[in-house]
Ligand binder design. Structure first.
Ligand code: SAM
Ligand code: SF4
Length: 315
């Protein structure tokens, strides 16, 4: 049965501790609540993007303009994946700037890289923008575990996020990927000027996918000077925790991931998120073009909470 916005918004607005209790109980019924899944991410191709995503350092259409870097070679990516494994990551994510990968040679290189990273005993995730059916087939054959494609916000707010693509374009790619038997990793960004209603509407869109994404990253906007949203109001910490808890209730079997911007949340706020059902994190020192966690800080944080790290689930 489909979740309605009214139902989801009522969950989001429950008294704070009641919401946390419901979300925590659902979490404990579906996962080991003392375990989190860790990913690390690398930008395999950076900058020069023709899309106009309002938040992104890599769009050539706004004032941020992250330095351009062509596709990395296989050895560089595999070395980064080995380091990710050393910090306890079970999944290695590879991100490319751009609307899509239009060069067959580049795409085939990415598929070879996926195989090499998988051979290290890591789950793989790539985020490459829009895909053709042939490309989806190649990713499946390469053994890809997750494809990341965020819907970023609500249908209503999307015009403020990007004009060079629509939220339906994004939803279609997620469907293509899921139909091929690849896990979808799909979430969004908060803190771009959207309302709590928009945030919950975004979760409802995700929860009503068949199936809901296996992984739902919630990114807290990392403000990049020169982008269209660099002066937007940040999300209130309690609203962030409420959103995580609502995601857990609406998508009981999905990994709910605190993705970008985690380094701007205090440890107690992160702990509340984990209690409310967040069970996946990015733990590397870099998130594409921006800084992430300081070396060793997550290990100390997990020790304080008695948290264990999940091992890779490989086919
Ligand atoms: N080009 C591909 C695409 O658009 O799908 C993949 C790369 S894109 C950088 C990956 C995701 O990172 C975006 O969908 C967005 O959700 C997230 N992201 C990018 N910049 C961000 C920022 N400044 N703050 C938070 N999340 C961000
Ligand atoms: Fe380009 Fe992806 Fe950034 Fe949008 S999010 S500007 S498509 S790199």
């Amino acid at each position: 049965m489909k979740t309605t916005f009214e139902e989801a918004y009522a969950i989001f607005n429950r008294p704070f501790f009641k919401l946390l209790k419901i979300a925590h109980d659902i979490h404990a019924q579906n996962f080991d609540e003392q375990t989190v899944q860790i990913s690390d991410i690398i930008s395999v191709k950076t900058g020069g993007c023709s899309e106009d995503c309002a938040y992104c350092a890599q769009s050539a259409r706004n004032g941020a303009k992250a330095p351009k870097q062509p596709m990395l070679d296989l050895e560089t990516v595999v070395n980064a994946a080995k380091k990710a494994k050393e910090i306890g990551a079970s999944r290695f994510c590879m991100s490319a700037s751009g609307r899509c990968i239009s060069s067959e040679e580049e795409f085939d290189k990415i598929c070879e890289t996926i195989k090499a990273v998988k051979a290290l005993g890591l789950e793989t995730c790539v985020t490459l923008g829009f895909l053709t059916e042939t490309q989806v087939k190649k990713l499946k054959e390469a053994g890809l575990d997750y494809y990341n494609h965020n819907i970023d916000s609500s249908r209503e707010f999307y015009k403020n996020v990007a004009t060079t693509r629509t939220i339906d374009d994004r939803l279609k790619t997620i469907e293509l990927v899921q139909n091929a038997g690849i896990n979808a990793c799909a979430g969004g960004i908060v803190g771009m000027g959207e309302t709590n209603e928009d945030r919950v509407k975004m979760l409802v869109l995700l929860a009503n996918l068949c199936p809901p994404p296996r992984c739902v990253p919630i990114n807290k906007l990392v403000k990049i000077p020169g982008t269209k949203v660099d002066d937007s109001n940040p999300i209130d910490d309690f609203d962030f925790v409420r959103l995580i808890a609502t995601a857990r209730v609406l998508m009981p079997k999905s990994y709910v991931k605190i993705a970008a911007g985690r380094n701007t949340l205090s440890e107690p706020t992160q702990a509340l998120c984990i209690f409310a059902g967040a069970n996946a994190l990015f733990s590397g020192e870099k998130l594409l073009t921006v800084d992430n966690m300081k070396e060793g800080s997550d290990k100390r944080f997990f020790d304080k909470l008695g948290i264990k790290i999940e091992r890779p689930n490989l086919d």
